[in-house]
Design a protein around this ligand. Sequence first.
Ligand SMILES: [Zn+2]
Ligand SMILES: [Zn+2]
Length: 368
Amino acid sequence: MLEITRLPNKGRAYVATTDIPQDTLLCISEPLATTVSQEWTPETCMWCFHFSYPKKQKVKAVTEDQCKQWNISMRYFKDFLFCSDRCKQLCINSFDHHWNTLLGIYYRIELEFLHENNSLTIKKDSVPSIDKSIDIKDDHALSTWLNHAWDCITKDVDLYKELDEVDKPMLRLIATCLVKQLQDSAQFESLFDIQDNELTYFRQLYQNHQLPIVQDNKEAYLSILPQSLVDVMALYCTFIRACRYKNNRIPTLPHVHHTIFRSIYFRERANSFGLWENGEQEEITDDLELLGYGIYPSAVYFNHSCDPNVLKKRDGRTFKFISKRYIRKGEEACISYGQVDDTVENRRSRLWEHYHFICQCSRCLKEQ
Ligand SMILES: [Zn+2]
Ligand SMILES: [Zn+2]
């Protein structure tokens, strides 16, 4: 009923290949990877996102035997819980024999978060004079420049950042994607259907048109780069330190190059779906909690409209997309990214803030 088409000024989109009546199930989307928000880990099932607040979920992801085998305390796994044995089994099955690798990485991330941060001090005034530069509008030149910057800055894996509530679930999500790659590389490849936003993101942060070339000069790179990008590099270093932590009993991943880390991180940033409490509810309201988020490759072609013709419903960890009204053949199928019960100015500024685009939907054009 839907096909992926390239639309002018919008990129790829789902378009109806036939007339579609109201209340038709258009698409069921399964996640490549999901993660529970740090705030709600004890009350949220890691598999189906059942929310049991104020009670904690009951089924532990790790058994005492496993912890004995690994010679570690069970308290490191206190955040990893399921609502039922069934959910636990479904989750284990989805990773096959790589389930232990995933648990191993989760443990390593926990451990790295407990370590003290020795922040690298950046001397902003120590930049040498630079006479060569590149045009940041040039995609190829910019990505080459960024590759060099990442090579140079992350080489010694000594970058630290003040880790916050969002960092741990983000690292878990990236770990989940990487373990998926070991277990089902075809499914992992679906990640690359999603648009990579790294260059767009960089251009938004770095407002100058010219970017100086600094050969292998870490301090110079660090002084040029916007802080939020340095933070992503520090997050990568955190991940690598966690994976490298020496303990032969606890499984780990083969070396993860920064290019693969970035390709997941920047796809997640603008394309993940929030898993909200009460998924059946049509509108996301202020009193609902964000239980986690996930990467849904087949769902990213639903663009936004402030007058959407498709409804997104969460059913456990899957999303169902249902026509909200009659959709004519050739019409684009759109959902709304969050609340649209607001003025055109407020809608546009919220979308710009979160998704970096100025909404040009028919409703916005009419109301502007
Ligand atoms: Zn569950
Ligand atoms: Zn709009």
